[in-house]
Design a protein around this ligand. Structure first.
Ligand code: NAD
Length: 423
């Protein structure tokens, strides 16, 4: 009570609510206490994650169908089983990975011990995109847990149904003193990134990658940025057009083209284009039927914003196959564009949808020159019956990964590293 005549107490300064502070403090305390360090603890978390996948497989598949109209087959091969394999790999190798690595010594240190010790970073933030919302959220989580970190997981707000399952069900399978799921869009992320993390693993667009890297720089936090870009696919005159078309169509239209390593555009001669077009039409019909819209195997575009962006790209060059769209379902038909100029928007930005432009080049040299004039791609493809041609593309270009005579089959190998080069 304040009596009349007495000075009024000054009100406390307006406090800015920080929704993340308590969670992050809890995780930091658990890490400092050494909770995540023992191998048994890490293995228990990984096994918990595996149980979550197995016990809620159907729920996850339903969520993926709601978010992206993803077929059960695609959900199985590119989301659930791939994450399970990563868990199995980590469980098999955990103790070996944790072991000190003895290193060669010199004369002066013959009596000493010299070794590399692998330490967890501490509090790790994993930020994920929507296109493979189970895989790209949980595979980095597997690495972070196996390495003994406390983890904050941030799924994409665009794959809403999957985000809900990850936020509501997954935490029941993991130690909550060391693990948390946080939700939000750009505004919440701005607040979250003001905090200091010990490592940030980000998968998403170059635009947001810059924001994350700038925020990390304030704390000198190390980051991994798994970004996107335009992946060229060179198709040589010396090829079997139907085999190339089958593989191209499978990898371009898988997940409705919303794949960071999908072939983004084709470089080939006008003569090869003429042979490729009927073969692509035949592959698309074989995979998705006469009316791809009614196919259970073709997904939908994740959001209205992306749908409008992609529909705009359909105006580039000339539609040779497909081109239909329906806003009410965010449907875009598997499409091939020809007569495309390098300066058109479809050749300036990552497409990230079921649209495949063909750009004509007159020779292999011109194709290599075209590729090297642009940003180094995340993935690069070359199709030719001639091993020499495939080897030349590999030798004279630079990319995060390269696959000859196939689509992104190299991703199925855990023995190969994954990532980009340059930006
Ligand atoms: P995005 O960059 O829009 O979003 C990624 C994540 O960042 C989401 O969780 C989002 O909520 C969050 N985010 C959004 N604004 C933010 C901000 N201001 N600060 C911090 N975080 C913010 O990417 P997207 O649309 O979800 O995914 C598509 C992109 O991801 C494409 O460019 C694709 O190539 C790329 N991608 C790359 C890989 C890879 O492994 N290299 C894999 C899949 C997708």
């Amino acid at each position: 009570a304040v009596r009349v005549g007495e000075p009024r107490p000054t009100p406390p300064p307006p406090c800015r609510m920080d929704p993340f502070a308590d969670t992050l403090r809890r995780l930091r305390e658990a890490f400092s206490a050494g909770r995540t360090r023992p191998a048994e603890f890490r293995a228990a978390q990984l096994r918990g994650l595996g149980r979550f996948l197995q016990e809620h497989k159907q729920l996850l598949q339903e969520a993926l169908a709601q978010d992206l109209h993803k077929s059960a087959f695609e959900s199985e091969v590119s989301e659930i089983s791939i994450t399970q394999s990563e868990i199995n790999l980590a469980l098999r190798n955990l103790r070996a990975w944790m072991k000190d690595e003895k290193v060669p010594k010199n004369l002066a240190t013959q009596l000493d011990s010299a070794f590399i010790r692998k330490e967890p970073f501490g509090l790790v933030l994993v930020i994920a995109p929507w296109n493979y919302p189970v895989n790209l959220t949980l595979v980095p989580l597997v690495g972070a847990l196996a390495a003994g970190n406390c983890v904050v997981l941030k799924p994409s707000e665009f794959s809403r149904s999957t985000e809900k399952v990850l936020a509501e069900v997954l935490p029941r399978y993991l130690d909550q003193s060391c693990f948390a799921v946080v939700l939000g869009g750009p505004q919440e992320m701005g607040q979250l990134l003001e905090h200091k993390f010990d490592y940030i693993f980000f998968t998403g667009s170059p635009r947001v990658g810059r924001i994350v890297m700038s925020a990390a720089a304030k704390h000198l936090t190390p980051v991994t940025l798994e970004l996107g870009g335009k992946n060229p696919c060179y198709v040589d005159d010396d090829c079997d057009p139907q085999t190339v078309a089958n593989r191209l169509a499978w990898f371009r239209y898988f997940n409705t083209g919303q794949t960071c390593v999908a072939p983004d555009y084709v470089l080939c001669s006008p003569a090869t284009q003429e042979r490729l077009l009927p073969a692509l039409q035949s592959a698309i019909t074989r995979f998705y039927g006469e009316d791809p819209r009614s196919s259970l195997n073709l997904g939908r575009i994740v959001s209205d914003k992306h749908f409008q962006r992609l529909r705009g790209l359909l105006g580039c060059g000339r539609v040779a196959i497909g081109g239909q769209s329906d806003e009410s379902e965010r449907y875009i038909a598997p499409t091939v564009l020809v007569d495309v100029e390098e300066t058109e928007p479809v050749m300036q930005e990552e497409i990230f949808g079921p649209i495949l432009p063909i750009v004509n080049v007159r020779s292999l040299d011109e194709a290599i020159d075209f590729i090297n004039r642009r940003e180094k791609p995340l993935a690069l493809y070359a199709f030719s019956n001639s091993k020499q041609v495939v080897k030349r593309v590999l030798a004279q270009t630079s990319s995060g990964s390269f696959c000859g005579n196939d689509g992104f089959m190299h991703l199925t190998l855990a023995s190969l590293p994954f990532g980009g080069v340059g930006r």
